[in-house]
Design a protein around this ligand. Structure first.
Ligand code: FE2
Length: 163
């Protein structure tokens, strides 16, 4: 699959998980915990394939500033995820923390889709995007099987390196 289509599809999937979390409302702590863990796993694997494969492949002239911005936003999100992993879902602040994560991600997704991806489309051919997309799909499906959220607390010191 085209790298950009893959990332957009994953954005929609995580948006759905956030909606489910919102709807779970005053749900049982186990349900909230399970949804938060799924959100964190999806975001962790998504950020990794972007940082390891997508961003470095498209880090040239017109995109460099956007990508530097993007990895800083990833870092902010990772710090919130790391906080969440240490929290008890019965904690009164748990939902508020998930909502803050949702806002960060919504903002980041909007910038990627409206600003970064159009620039990337001008730089890369369909074939190049397909090759990267395939590598990203493979890496994502491997990562998602091994609770990738557990790696997030190890990545909160500084933004991922570019390229
Ligand atoms: Fe991203």
């Amino acid at each position: 699959m085209d790298a950009i289509e893959l990332l957009k599809q994953q954005h929609r999937e995580v948006e759905e998980l956030f909606e489910k979390f919102e709807k779970a409302g005053e749900g049982k702590p186990e349900v909230l915990m399970d949804l938060a863990a799924r959100i964190a796993d999806n975001l962790a694997a998504h950020a990794t394939i972007e940082e390891k494969l997508f961003y470095p492949s498209v880090y040239v002239g017109p995109t460099m500033e956007k990508l530097q911005h993007a990895v800083e936003e990833h870092l902010s999100a990772k710090r919130v995820i790391a906080d969440l992993l240490e929290m008890d879902p019965a904690d009164a602040q748990f939902k508020a923390k998930v909502m803050v994560l949702q806002e960060l991600i919504e903002h980041h997704v909007k910038e990627e889709e409206k600003e970064l991806f159009p620039k990337v489309k001008k730089l890369m051919t369909k074939e190049e995007l397909a090759v990267i997309g395939e590598q990203m799909e493979v890496m994502f499906s491997e990562l998602i099987q091994s609770e990738p959220r557990m790696q997030v607390p190890l990545e909160t010191d500084e933004a991922a390196p570019l390229p």
